[in-house]
Each structure stands twice: as structure tokens, then as C-alpha cells.
Design a binder for this molecule. Structure first.
Ligand code: APR
Length: 242
């Protein structure tokens, strides 16, 4: 297997997707038995769907909370936490995952691009998003204790934009000139933008690009290196850090 060497003059940007948490028991979105195979995405993960039937949306996210709550990080998550410990500010992890397992594994230099499953916010007032691990009973639409508005999961839904501050942080790390750039994507189908466009940005900045995935992704050809396999098995041995 190819190995990815990170020397003292190199920084590492990692992008992860649902495939990284598959070995922890969390379903992916696309492909066999993926979440979107069994749930109408436009009804459960869009602002229109929430307006039309908020209790259906909360049933979907409550099921996901109940399913994810007992899951633990796998060797893939732990490898990325180790890389951060060794690389310090020459490491940044941008995840599309909302399961929170990267933080449980110990990563702190972490950008949760699509939000967090165990965080809730008000759909009306500007109160700060807050930790909420509750799986609400069927038919429940929780209300805001401050304004009485409907609460919603703190997740980026289809048709919604990502938090500019998160994209800025990734953009600044990509554009740094003090070190050589390596971009590694893991467990993602490359189907959803803007995350799927990071590889193009890294290439344009002269970065070295790697993909670790169980199957070919929609943007595999944009990567210089493609290691096919399960991230929990591949990642622990993939990277050597000087
Ligand atoms: N190790 C590595 N890769 C894996 C593993 C594994 N154990 N298991 C599955 N994969 C790969 C699959 O081959 C697939 O290409 O992970 C990828 C998961 O793809 P998706 O299910 O499309 O998930 P992701 O790319 O994270 O989706 C992006 O789409 O639905 C929205 O907001 C949601 O964040 C999500 C975004």
C-alpha cells in the first residue's frame, strides 16, 4: 500500500465523509442501505420539508440520534486524532459528518461543515445553538423556551448554505504559504458541494491530493493517489509523520 509521508515542511488538510463512521455502525447516505435509500431527502432534510411536516423531520433526526448515541470512534477516527497531536497547527480536519465522533476521538482542530446531530437551534430567534441529545417521541415538535418558535436540528439541509466562518477557515488553511500542502479525503462520495470542490482548490494551489475510499468516488480522477479500502483498516498505517 502507498504511504503518505508528512515531513516538517508539510501541512495536512483532511476532509471526511460518512464512510469514516461506517465501521462505527453509522449508516452512510448513498449506496446500499444508505439513509437516502430509505428516506425521502426532500421531506426530512430541507427547509421546505420542515415547513410542511416538522414532526416527520424530528422523527428522522430523533431516530438518527438514538442510532448514533451508542456509537464509538473506530481506528480511522483515532488515527486522525493522533495526526493532530503530532502536527499541531499543521493539521486541520473538515468533516461533513454530524455524528460528533471526531471530537469524541480527540480532534479539536475540527470544522463541522454540515452541523452537528446533537445540537439544536431555534428556527425563529437568534439564541445560540445548544447541545441537545434528546430523541423526541414520535409526533413531537419541540418549541423554543425563549420565543416559543419551533426548534430544529443544527444541521445544514439541502438548499441551505454552509456557515461562512467554516469555509473561511478551510480556505485560509488551503492558502497558507508557510508549508507544502497535502489534501486527504476519506470516506466521501464526492457528490456534495462545496466539500467535493476542495480537491480542485488544493490542486490549483499545487497541493498533493489523496483519496481513501471503499469505492470509487464521483471525483476520484481529481486525486493523484486513490487508496481503495475501509478507512478503519487503511488510515492507521497510511501516514508517516517525521
Ligand atoms: N471506509 C471508507 N469509505 C467508505 C466506507 C469505509 N468503511 N464505507 C463506505 N465508504 C464510502 C462509500 O464508498 C461512499 O463513497 O464512503 C462514501 C460515503 O458516501 P455518502 O454516503 O455519499 O456520504 P458523504 O460523501 O459523506 O455525503 C456527503 O451528503 O447527504 C449529504 O449532508 C450529507 O454530509 C453528507 C453529504
Amino acid at each position: 500500500m502507498d504511504t503518505l509521508r508528512i515531513d516538517k515542511d508539510t501541512r495536512l488538510l483532511v476532509l471526511t465523509g460518512a464512510g469514516v463512521s461506517a465501521e462505527s455502525g453509522i449508516p452512510t447516505f448513498r449506496g446500499g442501505n444508505g439513509l437516502w435509500e430509505n428516506h425521502p431527502v426532500e421531506q426530512v432534510a430541507s427547509p421546505e420539508g420542515f415547513r410542511e411536516d416538522p414532526s416527520l423531520v424530528w422523527r428522522f433526526y430523533s431516530q438518527r440520534r438514538a442510532g448514533a448515541a451508542p456509537c464509538q470512534p473506530n481506528p480511522g477516527h483515532r488515527a486522525m486524532a493522533e495526526w493532530e497531536r503530532k502536527l499541531g497547527d499543521r493539521f486541520l480536519l473538515a468533516t461533513q459528518n454530524v455524528d460528533g465522533l471526531h471530537r469524541v476521538a480527540g480532534n479539536q482542530q475540527l470544522v463541522e461543515l454540515h452541523g452537528n446531530l446533537f445540537t439544536t437551534r431555534c428556527s425563529r430567534c437568534t439564541r445560540e445553538p445548544f447541545e441537545d441529545r434528546l430523541a423526541y417521541p414520535d409526533g413531537t415538535v419541540p418549541l423554543c423556551g425563549q420565543c416559543g418558535g419551533k426548534l430544529r436540528p443544527h444541521i445544514v439541509w439541502f438548499g441551505e448554505v454552509l456557515d461562512e466562518r467554516n469555509l473561511l477557515r478551510v480556505g485560509e488553511f488551503l492558502a497558507r504559504e508557510d508549508t507544502r500542502l497535502v489534501f486527504l479525503a476519506v470516506g466521501t462520495s464526492g457528490a456534495v458541494y462545496p466539500a467535493a470542490g476542495f480537491v480542485q482548490a488544493a490542486r490549483e494551489l499545487g497541493g498533493e491530493t489523496w483519496l481513501v475510499n471503499a469505492d470509487p468516488a464521483d471525483n476520484t480522477l481529481l486525486f493523484q493517489h486513490f487508496v481503495r479500502g475501509r478507512s478503519g483498516e487503511v488510515l492507521p498505517a497510511l501516514v508517516t509523520i517525521d
